[in-house]
Design a protein around this ligand. Structure first.
Ligand SMILES: [Fe+2]
Ligand SMILES: [Fe+2]
Length: 209
């Protein structure tokens, strides 16, 4: 059997659908690799800044890593703009949808809302509302999104910053997307993990206390 027998889904039988399920599991296992490829494609995206979108993504992830952030935060910093290619008007929601089955709820929320929080830094220059984020005031993850944007997103357009290469983050991305989807032990609903861990940051950067 190399393909299913049906041409309309309602005509498929148990064998067809068991065959497809095996294929889907195989395909899903390579999600991390496909996302890394997509990240490289970001290099051709959106010009005008001093660095490319890939450079921005790597720089955000590098800052997260140097801050002592955990795996979920680093993966989210790296992939937060992955939606730029296909969803220029809701790139934040697009990225959040990709990450949602595999990372902490806190991180998904932050990625999903980061577009509104980023407006704080520029919308007033364009006659827009820099306080769009205020509609989330009081939300449990509000301050986390504020920190994410301040520390890792708005700051990561510096061509002189020492940014780590994509291969550095490859094992981390593969690990995250090899997780069991929607595993409550990974989603950790309601749990807040700080973005910055000074002790881990020191071990990573070699800085003294
Ligand atoms: Fe963004
Ligand atoms: Fe960004």
């Amino acid at each position: 059997m190399t393909t299913v027998k049906f041409t309309a889904m309602k005509d498929g039988d148990k064998d067809d659908y068991e065959f497809l399920t095996a294929h889907e599991i195989d395909y899903a296992a390579k999600t991390g690799e496909r996302l890394l490829d997509a990240l490289v494609q970001l290099d051709e995206g959106l010009s005008g800044y001093k660095i490319t979108r890939l450079g921005h993504s790597l720089q955000a992830a590098t800052r997260a890593w140097r801050d002592g952030a955990d795996t979920d935060w680093i993966a989210c910093a790296l992939l937060h703009d992955i939606g730029d290619i296909h969803a220029p008007y809701n790139h934040d929601e697009y990225a959040a949808a990709i990450l949602k089955p595999f990372v902490r709820e806190q991180c998904t929320w932050v990625v999903e809302k980061h577009g509104d929080f980023q407006r704080l830094y520029y919308a007033h220059h364009l006659g827009g509302n820099p306080h769009a984020r205020d509609r989330f005031a009081g939300h449990a993850y509000f301050d986390d999104c504020d920190q994410f944007c301040e520390r890792w997103d708005q700051s990561s357009f510096d061509p002189d910053y020492e940014t780590l290469p994509i291969d550095f983050f490859r094992p981390l991305v593969l690990e995250v997307f090899a997780r069991k989807a929607y595993d409550p032990a990974m989603i950790r609903a309601g749990e807040r993990v700080p973005l910055v861990d000074p002790a881990i940051a020191r071990t990573r950067t070699g800085a003294s206390a």
